[in-house]
Design a protein around this ligand. Sequence first.
Ligand code: SF4
Length: 719
Amino acid sequence: MQSSPTPTHCPYCALQCGMNLTPAPGGGAEVTERADFPVNRGALCGKGRSAPAVLSSRVRLTSPLVRSGDGTLVPAGWEEALDRIAGALARIRAQHGPDACGVFGGGGLTNEKAYALGKFARVVLGTSQIDYNGRFCMSSAAAAVTRAFGLDRGLPFPLADIPRTGCVILVGSNPAETMPPFLRYFTELRENGGTLVVVDPRRTRTAEQADLHLAPRPGTDLALALGLLHLVIAEGRTDEAYIAQRTTGWEEARAAAMAYWPEYVERVTGVPVPQLREAVRMFCEPASAMVLTARGPEQQSKGTDTVGAWINLCLATGRAGRPLSGYGCLTGQGNGQGGREHGQKADQLPGYRKLTDPAARRHVAGVWGVDPDSLPGPGRSAYELLDALGTDIRALLLMGSNPVVSAPRAAHVEQRLRSLDFLAVCDVVLSETAALADVVLPVTQWAEETGTVTSLEGRVLLRRRALAPPDGVRSDLEVLHELAARLGVEKGFPTDPEEVFDELRRASAGGPADYSGITYRELARENGVFWPCPAGAEPDDPEDACLDVYAQDPAGDEDLDDPEPPGTPRLFLDRFATEDGRARFAPVSHRPGAEEPDEEYPLLLTTGRVVAQYQSGAQTRRVDELNAAAPGPFVELHPRLAARLGAAEGDLLAVVSRRGRAVAPARITAGIRPDTLFMPFHWPGEGRVNTVTNPALDPVSRMPEFKVCAVRAEVVETA
Ligand code: SF4
């Protein structure tokens, strides 16, 4: 065990704040400030500061658990637990075929684990049925960006550009709750004379800091973006030279936007015309501007088109692929970016390659030493996979996810999990999903193992091992190694993360997300490396720096960074990653949500997060100080709606949809639209809002519609 501080990164969100971790004399560890990491400069939120609490054996699993004859989970040895999993997977595969075994991953897994899990599914199990919870995170933005720019990296520019742009439109994002250290970028933006426009149905703590807050009706962001584009065209604010030189598809997109007259957009969205005009002025007047989106516009059954509409706004005004300007998606999970690049997604191979691309299959199969024809094709998306459990998918291996709390229509998903012939879960705690498993494997976590993650700005980072894990736990890589061996694949699943990363580098070489020029040695030396980072002439030389192929500043006179971070911090400055180098407009139109209010369900429900909890809460609900700050769910509603329902502060409200109901205390605030309820989603039990949410899927990204569904509300108990 080391006693000096180890520089590492927070285990939670995609900001991946730097921190120092020091083993504490009596056990556990202490977090101290790491001021040299430029993203957060030492600042941490309460989740990051308290992260060592989840390392404590008081809250975590330290022994495998197996389902006993009386139905309870009981401690077991590792050999027995691994034998049971391998035996069940082999039996079910033999009886029902490889696709009867499913694999479900997570956006918190390191790049190495995501890579190994995808390889395990396709090479060892031979199944096409693998996807991960990142599908519920930013998949709509990924689909829209790929369609428009030909390459998806959440932010195609570094965070450091944000304070230096002229205006940011922040759509459906609440960093005051999700990633508080990120707020300083907007504070600095405004100190530098820039403006912040926040689009959110709620007047969040982030919206309170904005120069302009637009509060659209949930599910109408697409119409809002089209209305802004209509005004841009009507006011002659388009950048015609840029459109001609760097884009295609403008005429169709222009024609689509012209139907969105401001008065019509006001009727659809509820945003007054003067606010629309003010937003356009703020966005168009400065020399540079950005649009940043998060889950608000993305978690909709039209999420891809909604993001596409915001990208259209950037393209029409010449904002994409220019210094200090552009469109970016704020990824949520810790490795939400890297997690979608290296093969745990249903339709992709490592390096962000398409599973349907014959050349990609040949390349990756070559690295894996298998026949390309043996690789299965694309499988179901996350919700569709969960929905198929117990039907043609009979066994599931799940790593780094807790869908009993985080999936839409969660009661149904829970029932599907219960109907499986066999469920194995790897986790650090006994999550609500692990509690349903036939075998639970206790695994190491962030501070106990080395691995890489890729932050929301595409910065590949090294999380270093700072502590020895407790007795009784093993790493996910060891689990995959052991299972592969038991299933007849003795080689190809190393347990050393650096060895896995070196293979990942080779597998990603030449792909869209090319990591081949990134080495552990370089990551240990630097504060991260931005991908793409292709290897130079000697890719196996660990000293070899990557070639900077995308980042040229066409003007050649922008002092963008000092010093310039390694890799490719900025994409698309000279060309987009499409075949012709041009960005593509999407001719999108607004459409209603999958479920509109009616007489029976007259209200809209939207969901989100609170600062003291993270995702399904599996980790943070086990931290005393975070629980004290956010002990349970609540229903946020406007005073006028509360009066109509006869609800007072603290009364228990039932929120009911066609899928079920969630019950939580009322929290009355004028900072929400009177037609909308809000609930955070971090808790299980009767307050589980995902019992209520709608799994209607976006046709392109297969993202469920977490952000809007029709509900009714009633008081079930007064305070
Ligand atoms: Fe961790 Fe995100 Fe908080 Fe930073 S903002 S400390 S990365 S949870």
